[in-house]
Design a protein around this ligand. Structure first.
Ligand SMILES: C[S@@+](CC[C@H](N)C(=O)[O-])C[C@H]1O[C@@H](n2cnc3c(N)ncnc32)[C@H](O)[C@@H]1O
Length: 188
C-alpha cells in the first residue's frame, strides 16, 4: 500500500508544480484566484475553502494577508496531504465531506467553493452546511466552469431553494479557454 502512495506522489507532484508555474489549469477551469477580487479581505477574517484540492487559493490568501484564519477541507485525504505539503504554514486542512462539515454554526466570514460544487454528490445538503457554518452577514462564493446550460440551470435552481437571503450570479469577463467562469455570491 505504501508503495502505491509513493508512486502516486511521484506522478502528482510534478503535475502540481507544472500547473502552478504555467497556470495550465486555466484552460479547463476558472482560476480559483478569480474570487479574490470579489472579497473584502481584512485582519482576523475567517475563511473556509470547500473542495480546496491542493490548497492553491488559501496559499495565495495567506501570502496576501497576515492574521487571518484559513481552513480548507477536501473529501480526498490525498488532496489534503498535498495541501499540507505544498502550502505555507498556518493554514488548517482537514479531510471532510462538504455535506457534513466538522465546524460549529456561525464560524466563518466567507465560505468559498471553486471548481468543486459540480463534483459534490449531495449538493442540497452541502449548501445547507455552507449556510450553517457561515456567520450572519457572511458570504458564500461559488465559482464554476460552465459548459452549456444544464449545470448553470441546476445551480440557479438550488440557490433559489436555499435559505440565503440574497444572491447574485454572473459570468466573469475573464473566462477559460474551454469554459465560462460563473460566479455565485450569496449572503447569509
Ligand atoms: C477540480 S478540484 C478543485 C480544486 C480547487 N478548489 C480549485 O479550484 O482548483 C475539485 C475538488 O473537490 C473535491 N470534492 C469533491 N466532492 C467533495 C465533497 N463532497 N466534499 C469535499 N470536497 C469534495 C475533490 O476531492 C477535488 O479536490
Amino acid at each position: 500500500m505504501e508503495n502505491v502512495l509513493v508512486a502516486d506522489e511521484v506522478l502528482v507532484e510534478p503535475i502540481i508544480t507544472y500547473e502552478r508555474k504555467f497556470k495550465i489549469n486555466r484552460l479547463f477551469s476558472p482560476d480559483p484566484e478569480l474570487v479574490l477580487s470579489h472579497m473584502d479581505l481584512y485582519k482576523g477574517i475567517k475563511i473556509l475553502d470547500i473542495g480546496c484540492g491542493a490548497g492553491k487559493l488559501l496559499s495565495t490568501i495567506a501570502e496576501l494577508l497576515d492574521g487571518c484564519e484559513l481552513v480548507g477541507i477536501d473529501i480526498q485525504a490525498k488532496a489534503i496531504e498535498l495541501a499540507q505539503k505544498f502550502t505555507v504554514k498556518g493554514i488548517e486542512f482537514k479531510t471532510a465531506d462538504a455535506a457534513k462539515l466538522p465546524f460549529q454554526k456561525d464560524s466563518f466570514d466567507y465560505v468559498i467553493c471553486t471548481n468543486a460544487f459540480y463534483y459534490i454528490e449531495n449538493k442540497g445538503r452541502a449548501l445547507m452546511e455552507m449556510y450553517r457554518v457561515l456567520k450572519t452577514g457572511g458570504r458564500l462564493l461559488l465559482l464554476e466552469g460552465i459548459v452549456g446550460t444544464t449545470f448553470k440551470a441546476k445551480l440557479d435552481k438550488i440557490m433559489r431553494q436555499s435559505p440565503f437571503i440574497k444572491f447574485s450570479r454572473k459570468f466573469l469577463k475573464r473566462t477559460t479557454l474551454l469554459r465560462k467562469s460563473y460566479l455565485i455570491s450569496a449572503v447569509k
